[in-house]
Design a protein around this ligand. Structure first.
Ligand code: ASP
Length: 596
């Protein structure tokens, strides 16, 4: 029953036929999406990557042998059809299909291959089957429209990126996959080096060191669509291998990097989304983002803001607020004003408090604004003219709900930031196509690590401090801000980068502050430090998460929906069974013994 192709070629693809093709003799090939028998007349929806075409088999017009073949077609069979393209009878057009005005009157049909019945339906949102089952049969899931169109969108987006950057003088340069460990702070995937028993390559967590060395080599504008591999305990929306649009530029400040990224996104919007993207994007410092939104990737679609009320609350009768003022500026009291939410029930408010506690807060205070006074919660602690002072300071109005947190300042900001996001997502009708980009910059250079009682890099150790903060780098590392920036949109971090240290003396100081010994620095990054001794230009760059861009712009629940062959949360590939044991002989050759 299965026929060879015998050199036959498609005349059209399944998404091609339009009224102007009526009367043409066509040959289509594709998968049997649906077969319906309407009282002897068979209808076949033939599908390929480009679309679906309706094919009609009329018993009175077909040779019996052809009819028999048509009747044998099952779901997902691979089918060749020849016949005449024509308009569908008036009234039977399908306006939702690009080819919906047309059909093919079959004259010949050939089954090029059969198919087992797919384990899940290939139409719809894919929710009919578990994700594990869909990952196991990824090639079937990829036939579903939404996944397929994500993969196509991804290709188009990458093409736009390549064109834009190439037009702006960037060179695409590949960096190695077998590298010395890279410094992004996650665990490396390692590869045994057969020719060097006992030694290992790492798979790159990013091309960071190599792109900086390309700057030393004089390639002043580099980019790469780079695979990054990080052996992390997977959080919900992470993948062990993901793709970055990786850039590096010489003789630049952050403004130049921002301009290139804005231009790239603008060109993606114009070409792939058919929309104009206004640039430049707004900018705010990390300090401003944290104090107004309690997040370094604020969702600017949500209209609520956090305000500091340490001083006013500190003279109320509430001891928690008074203590926060006594401990200022390390501690403080902040409020999240929620217009119109005074109608929230006690149960809802208890839910907000539970979320705050889960995020590490000791508790959550609240009050409703009723007319010009406060009601419920901590209202009783605000007496006399304190209420009008508070309401004036925060712009509080009748019907507002105030959520108030007190304690270590950053924690308070984060907790209210989390509530802002949760409540915003629940009550504001957020439009997923309203992209609100924002640059967040001047992050701290160092982060204090409680567990090891030491300073660590907030991003990576190659980030340049702000010129003005250089003098404090050893005396007060906590106040040093970095030329470090993130691009965020709608609560997602889309890119991260920095102006780099290009001077050996500053690089060594940073390493000293984080307690890295000279020998360690030398053994890990000696090749970079040595390169810096040969005329390293000032340089900086950034990397954008490609998978997330695709999901944000085109749709999907997780970055798995933007990757053709993703892994599960435990870093396994259900389709091919990776990771898998290797042959004992191979292990012997690598001089590796696996402990039972
Ligand atoms: N290599 C950095 C990262 O992967 C990005 C950069 O600084 O360019 O986060």
């Amino acid at each position: 029953m299965i026929e060879p192709l015998s050199g036959r070629k498609r005349t059209h693809r399944c998404g091609d036929l339009r009224p102007e093709h009526a009367g043409l003799h066509v040959r289509l090939m594709g998968w049997a999406d649906r077969v319906r028998d309407h009282g002897g007349v068979l209808f076949l929806d033939l599908r390929d990557r480009y679309g679906v075409t309706q094919v009609v088999f009329r018993p009175e017009k077909l040779e019996p042998q052809m009819l028999e073949r048509a009747r044998a077609i099952g779901s997902e069979f691979v089918v060749l059809v020849e016949g005449q393209a024509g308009a569908r009878p008036p009234g039977s057009e399908n306006l939702e299909l690009a080819t919906g005005a047309m059909e093919v009157e079959a004259e010949r049909v050939a089954i090029l291959n059969v198919s087992r019945t797919p384990p899940f339906p290939l139409d719809g949102a894919g929710t009919a089957a578990s994700e594990d089952l869909r990952l196991r049969y990824r090639y079937l899931d990829l036939r579903r429209e939404s996944l397929k169109s994500n993969i196509i969108f991804r290709h188009n987006l990458v093409r736009s990126v390549r064109e834009y950057l190439s037009d702006h003088g960037f060179l695409e340069i590949e960096t190695p996959l077998l590298v010395k460990p890279t410094p992004e702070g996650a665990r490396d995937y390692v590869v045994p080096a057969r020719l060097h028993p006992g030694k290992f390559y790492a798979l790159p967590q990013s091309p960071q060191l190599y792109k900086q060395i390309l700057m030393v080599a004089g390639f002043d504008r580099y980019f790469q669509i780079a695979r990054c591999l990080r052996d992390e305990d997977l959080r919900a929306d992470r993948q062990p291998e993901f793709t970055q649009i990786d850039l590096e530029m010489s003789f630049v400040t952050e403004d130049d990097v921002f301009e290139v990224v804005e231009g790239t996104l603008r060109s993606i919007f114009a070409r792939d989304l058919g929309r104009e993207l206004p640039v430049p994007f707004p900018r705010m410092t990390y300090e401003e983002a944290m104090s107004r939104f309690g997040s370094d990737k604020p969702d600017l679609r949500i209209p609520f803001e956090i305000q500091d009320i340490t001083e006013i609350a500190g003279v109320s009768a509430f001891e928690v607020f008074r203590n926060a003022m006594a401990g200022a500026p390390k501690t403080g009291t902040c409020v999240l004003v929620l217009p119109g939410l005074a109608t929230s029930s006690r149960r809802e408010i208890d839910g907000f408090e539970a979320a705050a506690k889960q995020a590490g807060a000791a508790g959550l205070a609240w009050a409703r604004v009723k007319g010009a006074s406060l009601d419920g919660g901590v209202a009783k602690h605000f007496a006399g003219d304190l209420v009008p002072r508070l309401l004036e300071a925060i712009g509080g109005k009748d019907g507002d709900l105030l959520l108030i947190a007190s304690g270590p300042r950053r924690l308070v900001q984060r907790v209210l930031g989390l509530l802002r996001t949760q409540i915003g997502n629940a009550v504001c009708k957020l439009d997923s196509q309203d992209f609100r980009f924002v640059w967040v910059h001047q992050f701290p250079l160092f982060e204090w690590n409680e567990a090891s009682s030491s300073w660590g890099p907030a991003h990576h150790i190659f980030t340049m401090p702000l010129d003005s903060d250089l003098p404090h780098i050893e005396s007060d590392p906590g106040r040093v801000r970095a030329q470090l920036y993130d691009l965020a949109a709608n609560g997602n971090e889309l890119a991260s980068g920095s102006v780099r240290i290009h001077r050996k003396d500053i690089q060594e100081t940073v390493m000293r502050v984080i307690g890295m010994k000279a020998e360690e620095a030398h053994s890990k990054f000696g090749f970079l430090l040595e390169a810096f001794e040969y005329g390293a230009p000032p340089h900086g760059g950034i990397a954008l998460g490609l998978d997330r861009l695709v999901v944000l712009f085109h749709g999907g629940d997780s970055i798995r929906d933007a990757i053709a062959f993703p892994k599960t949360a435990s870093a396994a590939s259900l389709m091919d069974g990776a990771p898998a044991p290797i042959d004992p002989a191979d292990l012997r050759e690598l001089k590796i013994r696996v402990e039972p």
